[in-house]
Each structure stands twice: as C-alpha cells, then as structure tokens.
Design a protein around this ligand. Sequence first.
Ligand SMILES: Cc1ncc(COP(=O)(O)O)c(C=O)c1O
Length: 447
Amino acid sequence: MNEGLVKRDLAFNWHPYTQMKDCETNPPIPIQRAEGIKLFDYDGNFYYDTISSWWCNVHGHSHPAILEAIRTQAGRLDHIPFAGFTHEPAVRLAEQLIRIAPAGLSRVFYSDNGSTAVEVALKMALQFWSNKGRPLKTSFMSLDRAYHGDTVGAMSVSGGSAYNAAFRSIMFPSHRVPSPYCYRCPSAAEGGRCSFFCLSSAEDVLKEHSENIAAIILEPMLMGAGGMIVYPAYYLKGMRDLARKYDVLLILDEVATGFGRTGRMFASEHADVEPDMMCVSKGITSGYLPLGATLVSRDIYDAFYDVHSAGKTFYHGHTYTANPVACAAAVRSIELFDEEDTLARTAEINVTLKAFLDVAAAFPNVGDTRGIGAVGAIEMVKDKETGEPFPPDRRVGLEIYRKGLEENLVLRPLGDVIYFFLPLCAKKGELEDIFERSARVIASVTS
Ligand SMILES: Cc1ncc(COP(=O)(O)O)c(C=O)c1O
C-alpha cells in the first residue's frame, strides 16, 4: 500500500475534483508503475485502467516506442519558445495532424491541454469575426450538458454543473440549447417519435440570435463528462448545416473523442462533417505528456493574415506551446496507428464491448446502455421502468467506485453512469476479464 507515501501526499498535495476531507476515508491509491492496460501498486496488486487515465491513454502504458521517442527528443532539445523559433517535432506533428484531420483544416495552433485548446478556439472565433468587420458576433451556442474544460471560457460554454457552480459570477453568458440525450429526451417522454426536437431548438436560437453568435461548439458524437451521451450522426450533420445556414463557425471539441477512441481517427468522421475549427489534446500524445492543439480552416487563418499595423495578430500563447518533447511523443503515437493497425483493433474492442453492453442492459437497475468505438456507458437507475434516478445522497457513483476497486477495476462513474473509456491496446482476454468483474459490480447496485 505504501502508507508512508499516502501520508506525505496528504500532508502537502491538493487533488483535483476532490473533497480532501473524503481522503480521510478514501485516501489516494499510490501507483508505482503501469504497463499496457494495467496500473500496479507498491504491493504488486494491479488495477485495470478502464478509463485510460482520464481518457488520454491510447496505445497502453509504457509503450516502448513512445518512451524511446521521448528519451531521444529530451536528449536533443528540451524546450524553446515557439515564437521566433521552430523545431522538427512541431513541424512534423503539424504535417501529420493536417494529413489525418478532416478536410478543410489547414493550420495548427498549439497549446498545452484540452481547456486551452478550447479557449484558443473561442478567442479565435471572436477575433475572426472582428477582423472581418463583424464585431457584434460575440457570443456562442453550446449544449446544456456539454463539458469543454475548467478555464473561464471553457466553463462558460459548458453546461451548468457542480464543476462550475462556484464560478458563475465570472462566466460569460452562452446560448445553451438542449443536448441530444436520447434516453432522457423530453419529446420521447411525450410518446412521440424522434422529431429531432434538439435540432429544432438550436435552429430557433439561431433564427433569433445568429447576428450575435460567433460559433457553435460541440463534442462530436459523444458528450463525455455530461454522462457519456452517444448521439446520432444525423444530429451532428444537422448542426453543421445550421452553422452554414446561419453564418456561424462550427468548433468541434475532439479533446476526448480524437485519436481513435470512437473507432475513427476523429469522431466527426462518423457524420462526414468538416468543422471550421477542431480542438484536440488528451490522446494526442497517447497520454504521455501534456499537449493541446487547435486546428483551423484556411478561411480563419486568412482573416488574421495581414500587415502588422492592421492589428489582426492573434495575441495568445503559453510558455509550453509546442513543447518539443510532447510533440515528439505525439508524432510517434500517430505513427503507431498505422504500425499497429490501431483502428482495426478498436473495431474488435467495440464488438466485445457491445456484447457486454447488451448483457448489462438486462440488469434490473440498468436504465440505458450506449457505446461507440472503445467507449461504453451504463446508466444506473432506481426504477428501470420509469428511468427514475437514484437519489443523489445515495452516492451510487462512490459505491461503484469502491466496489470497482475490490474487483481490480478503476471505475469512476459520472454521477450514476458507469463507463468504460478503454485504451485501444486492450486485448480480448483482458476485456472479457474486465467485463466479468464489472458484471459483479453492476449486479451489486440495487434499489
Ligand atoms: C470534451 C472535452 N473538452 C475539454 C476538456 C478539458 O481538457 P483538460 O482537462 O485537458 O483541460 C475535456 C476534459 O475532460 C473534455 O472531455
């Protein structure tokens, strides 16, 4: 267990999203090393990393090719400013990103995490319109269950939640529209067939406000922190069409979905949609080092390209923008997709995952199951017939987390939604073992 390490941790560290008082009964678990899909503690016990270490690990922990790329680059060039200098890893990565990104994206602006990749997109969208002589386009449209990060701009376009409740006073207003959450769709509850009420609600807002809207921001196909909501490609296509019709930009936040997680390199490919901007992070380095990037279309880049005195420069940057070691890890991670046929393996993961979700759907307290690529979600409910959720003070998520650990699983439910966000290296035998253990955890949650 290494109790000494835990004691030292609790003496000085403050963990994210954590009520530190809870650590009196649920202290952090000391992890010594990791390999493939497994994390190992100091006693040699393992835990299946079913959430890819916060959705970023792609090729598995301790992959020798990525470790070697990091070692080599760190020995050659550790860090330099990315204004006034350039370097091979940043250039190679930009070339690779543009090669694999949806058509139409032609420039890469680096940052260092998912929230800042989003923040950059929001600021660029505002300045794009201002540079084009339309300074009134200053607001955004976003989904009411979205999650785009924890910086002020990213919070402002996320749904209202415990994550941002304390900061509402400094968040700017955004046009929040209903999410395509099919399981809890209000129009289905009225007995109606799907009329894409979520799309028509978005169009109503655009009809009235598009003159003031700079961009729509969306998580394509899969809304992560909002409850692992998988939605139809038709909705994404519809939002692309609405953005064009009402002359607003479309920003796709692929921070969680990018780099193969949904079975395609980018989730927008499921709907054949080309965004004006795309935000990536997490899986870009396979989870080895922090890096973010915002990819933009030629039109956007051109709106900033002028003589200095025109005042169109994009004044934004971070010290660690395009860190060479992080870029080298990303280059190697992207190469591995071809070398290891990663997307074909993701399709195999999906088959095993879907079979398990079908089994899980029959459990008495499972209200809904949904999945895409290597991501699957199981929504636990008090009443299967009505979909009534468990009362929040029951803390079902915490119960599942604890039971998961007893089964050597890292399960961190989002509210009452158990999910798997699997590394794309997961092998069939490992998946079968994970799902056998998960079935016991699910069965233990009863009303
Ligand atoms: C869709 C999406 N966007 C942005 C972020 C923020 O990324 P980061 O935690 O690296 O700031 C996340 C994080 O979970 C995310 O899921």
